[in-house]
Write a protein that binds this ligand. Structure first.
Ligand SMILES: [Zn+2]
Length: 186
């Protein structure tokens, strides 16, 4: 089932979401009946300053530290998830794992071969580069499998609101019936 797109974002008080025990019976993205209720955690979206070209290793490290400091999280117990949401998440996590361990194995095998041969082997540089690239890619894929991405939701920087960027109308209706959505920041 394709995720819903184009609806108005939905902002819900974080404290209400965290404390409320009743949940919609449908998932936020697809509006499909939930097949599983799981504890999920949403966080503030990392701020991206500067262009990728400016992002050297030092500035990336500084940004990671800054984001960790400013990050607000909200835990949602028993959150509704449909089959598509769960399949999407487990597919991405499987891909990330395969890239991580596959990349490490390829790079390690090349290093071990190089050490065993004891002399420079120009051809061994390629598997090392590919292995490292796969490990880096696994980090990006793993990020896409996070709850923020799966639910298309995030915590506002002040930590007061949860913003669903593309809520399915069926989900929005059920959440409104529970008294969740209010007028908040856009
Ligand atoms: Zn879903």
């Amino acid at each position: 089932m394709a995720p819903h797109r184009g609806d108005e974002p939905l902002v819900v008080p974080a404290a209400w979401l965290a404390a409320e025990r009743r949940r919609p019976g449908r998932c936020a993205r697809h509006g499909a009946p939930a097949s599983s209720w799981q504890d999920v955690a949403l966080v503030t979206r990392p701020t991206t300053k500067g262009t990728p070209a400016q992002a050297g290793a030092v500035s990336i490290a500084a940004r990671v530290a800054e984001n960790a400091q400013n990050q607000r999280g909200v835990s949602l117990t028993g959150w509704p998830l449909c089959e598509s949401c769960l399949a999407h998440r487990s597919r991405l996590r499987g891909t990330a794992r395969a890239l991580l361990f596959g990349g490490l194995a390829v790079a390690l095998a090349a290093v071990v071969t190089f050490l065993a041969l004891g002399e420079p082997q120009p051809l061994l540089g390629l598997p090392i580069v590919l292995g490292v690239a796969a490990v880096i890619c696994s980090g990006f894929v793993f990020g896409r499998s996070g709850w923020n991405a799966v639910l298309s939701a995030e915590v506002t920087p002040d930590g007061q609101w949860v913003r669903f960027a593309q809520p399915h109308p069926a989900f929005a209706t059920e959440l409104a019936a529970l008294g969740g959505p209010r007028e908040g920041p856009r």
